[in-house]
Design a binder for this molecule. Structure first.
Ligand code: SF4
Length: 398
């Protein structure tokens, strides 16, 4: 057990802008007093955003799930169905375009195209869909997919990852969402996603994308039995690539949800572990601009707290979500509530673009939006009998 004085001196160095080692990060993550860790992380955030440190951002977006058919069978996933299962569904292009239209109608600026590793969907499928979306809705940013999907579609089409990225980028993909990172260290990853590409490969594909000018976010799935050392190793692997490319715009940890999957909730991250991860990510990832609090998996109160532990962004009003909600995430919100939550946490809310520019700064409550239709929807298509949340009401796209 390190001395408190040692811990404080590392926290002071980090708060003053110094880089810390993975070994120091592990000590802080495990042993630093929670509030001291949060204070140091908040100091790092304030310095990085000096002048706009009073703001916290959110985005309006929609996840569009095009199929649940997946050959990869991750043990934590409640969304997928094996390709020959009668539970497989796919969405046709008209359906996808209708969902895009609703996103625009509700003030959304981004879509996240997200699905399983369909055995037949190669690069051509994504080219066709991204081109159609961009043609119909050039104002929508396609922030979608990740290294896993790229690796899979490249294999189906018999091309390199580099060619796959060039082609889907040319067709309309703006940036990668960075899902599929799960846990990057080998033991922890193999334990929960044995058929997925390795963590090294996930990073390699992201690095190829960054070098082609396609930026991304990065994620971490917490709570599937990984060790503290593996969590820090995950951060180290991301920081090392980021030192070379600078292409990760944000880091977004979220927690494993325990329902309807093979892991059966036998392990879960606590909310304190989650807050500690937000804080240590802000301190350790000194080369990643944005740290996002995930209220969707941890709850709105923890989301608010994350803003005091180094997060500068509270994620999105997700107009549709099927993946983590299938595994038990039940938190919902709407645009007006997210604005109130951010303000109640002592910050000024700002709606952002995918690239984090501020679109609207809500600095006067008198001018807050009053349109309450921008609501997060839980539409659990993967749960038997569940096709949509009873409160799901989408506008008529026509
Ligand atoms: S997490 Fe993605 S790749 Fe893994 S089983 Fe679910 S849909 Fe398939």
């Amino acid at each position: 057990m390190p001395e408190n004085a040692d811990i404080q001196s590392v926290l002071d160095r980090a708060a003053a802008g110094g880089r810390i080692t993975p070994e120091e990060a592990l000590v802080l993550y495990r042993d630093a007093p929670l509030h001291a860790l949060g204070q140091a992380a908040d100091a790092v955030r304030r310095r990085r955003y000096a002048g706009t440190e009073h703001l916290a951002t959110y985005i309006i977006e929609r996840n569009i799930n095009y199929t649940n058919s997946c050959v990869t069978a991750c043990k934590f996933c409640a969304f997928y169905a094996p390709p020959k299962s009668e539970k497989v569904w796919t969405r046709d292009l008209d359906d996808i375009l209708r969902r895009c239209a609703e996103t625009v109608e509700l003030g959304g600026t981004q879509i996240m195209f997200q699905g399983g590793h369909h055995p037949d969907y190669g690069v051509e499928y994504y080219e066709k869909h991204f081109a159609a979306i961009k043609e119909a809705f050039p104002q929508l940013v396609i922030h979608s997919l990740g290294a896993s999907e790229v690796d899979h579609m490249a294999r189906i089409s018999g091309v390199s990852a580099e060619e796959a990225i060039r082609r889907i980028h040319a067709a309309g993909l703006d940036s990668f969402a960075g899902a599929g990172a799960e846990l990057l260290p080998e033991r922890a990853r193999t334990a929960i996603a044995p058929l997925k590409e390795s963590g090294e490969r996930w990073l390699e594909v992201m690095e190829i994308a960054h070098n082609l000018g396609v930026e991304s976010t990065s994620t971490m799935l917490m709570g599937t039995g990984e060790t503290n050392a593996e969590r820090i190793e995950h951060l180290r692997m991301i920081r090392e690539v980021q030192d070379r490319t600078g292409g990760f715009r944000a880091f977004i940890p979220y927690t494993y949800q325990p329902e309807n999957n093979k892991l059966r909730g036998q392990t879960q991250a606590t909310l304190f572990e989650y807050l500690r991860m937000i804080a240590i990510a802000r301190i350790f990832l000194d080369n990643v601009a944005h740290i996002q609090g995930s209220w969707l998996t941890t709850g709105k109160d923890v989301g608010q707290l994350s803003l005091h532990y180094g997060a500068d962004d509270l994620g999105s009003v997700m107009l549709e979500e099927n993946v983590v909600s299938s595994a038990g995430a039940r938190h919902r919100s709407n645009r007006m509530e997210l604005i109130r939550l951010i303000r109640a946490a002592g910050r000024v809310p700002a709606q952002r673009a995918t690239t984090y520019e501020h679109l609207v700064v809500h600095d006067d409550p008198e001018n807050d939006p009053v349109d309450d239709r921008a609501v997060s929807h839980i539409s659990s298509t993967a749960i038997e009998g569940g096709t949509a949340h009873p409160g799901l009401k989408l506008v008529d796209a026509n």
